[in-house]
Design a protein around this ligand. Structure first.
Ligand code: ADP
Length: 210
């Protein structure tokens, strides 16, 4: 992955290529009084990270990309499909009590609600369940479709969307989770889930995969 903190030698190499490029690995090594073999890992890192470009028989170029630019380029490579998790789905006629159990058992904060045809009809969050319980309704008999947020008011995303697009919806709409869907005959089928945890995992992977 692209986000790296450069060491002193890598900074020096960057400076040399910036001032003298295109320049061969041999020449860079000469300037630093090092062998080509010693430099090889640093050159590989700088090229992989996008700071340098290597052309056969010509040498190394400075790409001129800032670390912020490289960071945003790598974030833009994150797609929903690479990070999505398993969706927890519940039938619209399930009771509030069953929804609470599903949330505990599956350790999620949001349930996606479907009808008998497996079409997405709504979303039920922790707050919706609290609201249902606070309203003095009978939790064993009130079905969740009474208080879920209904399609078309549900924000969705698709597996090929940028993960950033899903993250933006989570922030803009102040929600915790978004279903990943496929559209069939004007209906949504749920295939995955993007949640705040997913976005956090993507953030952590930026640093860890370094
Ligand atoms: P919590 O209940 O933990 O605060 P949310 O912030 O996700 O969880 O939910 C707040 C409200 O937004 C709830 O009423 C919920 O039904 C609704 N909601 C949750 N997810 C979505 C979504 N993807 N699209 C539209 N509304 C949603």
């Amino acid at each position: 992955m692209i986000v790296i903190e450069l060491n002193k030698r890598q900074e020096k190499i960057l400076q040399i290529v910036k001032n003298n490029g295109p320049i061969t690995g041999e020449k860079i090594a000469e300037k630093l009084n090092l062998t080509r073999a010693t430099l090889r890992p640093d050159l590989a890192i700088l090229t992989m990270a996008g700071y340098l470009d290597a052309r056969p028989r010509v040498g190394y170029f400075y790409t001129g990309k800032s670390s912020t630019q490289l960071l945003s380029e790598s974030i833009k490579k994150f797609r929903v499909k690479d990070f999505q998790s398993v969706p927890i789905v519940i039938h619209e006629d399930s009771s509030t009590y069953e929804a609470i159990c599903a949330m505990f058992l599956d350790d999620v904060g949001t349930l996606f609600v479907t009808n008998k045809d497996n079409h997405l009809v709504g979303v039920c969050s922790r707050k919706d369940l609290l609201r249902a319980s606070m309203g003095g309704q009978e939790i064993h008999t009130t079905p969740i479709h009474v208080y879920m947020t209904r399609v078309p008011n549900v924000s969705v995303c698709y597996k090929d969307d940028l993960l950033f697009y899903a993250a933006k919806q989570i922030i803009d709409k102040q929600i915790d989770s978004i279903p990943v869907v496929v559209e069939k005959d004007g209906h949504y089928e749920v295939t995955g889930r993007i949640s705040k945890t997913t976005i956090t995992r993507a953030f952590v992977s930026l640093i860890e995969d370094e």
